[in-house]
Design a protein around this ligand. Structure first.
Ligand code: GDP
Ligand code: MG
Length: 172
């Protein structure tokens, strides 16, 4: 069975840990320690094929760090997370996206999925779907609106990324 290394990146407090833990443990953690950086592993069957995912939930500071650079070098696929309730966190996604392409030597086939979190907080929503849609069209990247709390569309994120990684890194 093939193992794929996934790195979850995004601004602090957007819900990276909640999303990751929902996917790997199927629970919602309300108050995950924001400083904890942890690597999780789970197997998943997509398109009748079993794969192993190693998911690194990063916990860097607000700005891009040299540690991020190390993670990006070793990562095969990336989940770029922002909060639908905080428009400013989209900026960090764009920044990370550019850093990934730079670090991967301009390779634009790097598997990436954009994720807007906290979809359940309807009344606090700041980012309209149309805004994300047009950005992701321009970036040519897939995006999902999710809720780790309600377990909405979380699995789809990792399934999409796994399909991209299988295509990008074919077994020889
Ligand atoms: P991180 O710093 O990006 O890892 O963010 P966390 O996963 O620690 O989440 C930050 C805060 O947002 C916590 O209080 C979480 O309970 C909350 N949160 C994360 N995801 C969701 C979600 O889908 N819905 C709601 N309502 N709150 C969420
Ligand atoms: Mg966290």
């Amino acid at each position: 069975m093939r193992t794929y290394k996934v790195v979850v990146l995004g601004a602090g407090g957007v819900g990276k840990s909640a999303l990751t833990v929902r996917f790997v443990r199927d629970v919602f953690v309300e108050n995950y320690d924001p400083t904890i950086e942890e690597e999780y592993r789970r197997t998943v069957t997509v398109d009748d094929q079993l794969s192993s995912l190693e998911v690194l939930d990063t916990a860097g500071a607000e700005q891009f760090t040299s540690l991020n650079e190390v993670y990006i070098k070793s990562g095969m696929g990336f989940v770029l997370v922002f909060s639908l309730t905080q428009e400013a966190t989209l900026k960090e996604v764009d920044n990370l996206r550019k850093q990934i392409y730079r670090i991967k030597g301009g390779d634009t086939t790097v598997p990436i999925v954009i994720v807007g979190t906290k979809l359940d907080l309807v009344n606090e929503r700041e980012v309209p779907r149309a805004t994300i849609q047009s950005l992701c069209n321009r970036w040519d990247l897939a995006f999902y609106e999710t809720s780790a709390k309600r377990n909405w569309h979380v699995a789809e994120v990792f399934e999409d990324l796994l399909r991209q990684m299988r295509t990008r890194y074919p077994e020889t």
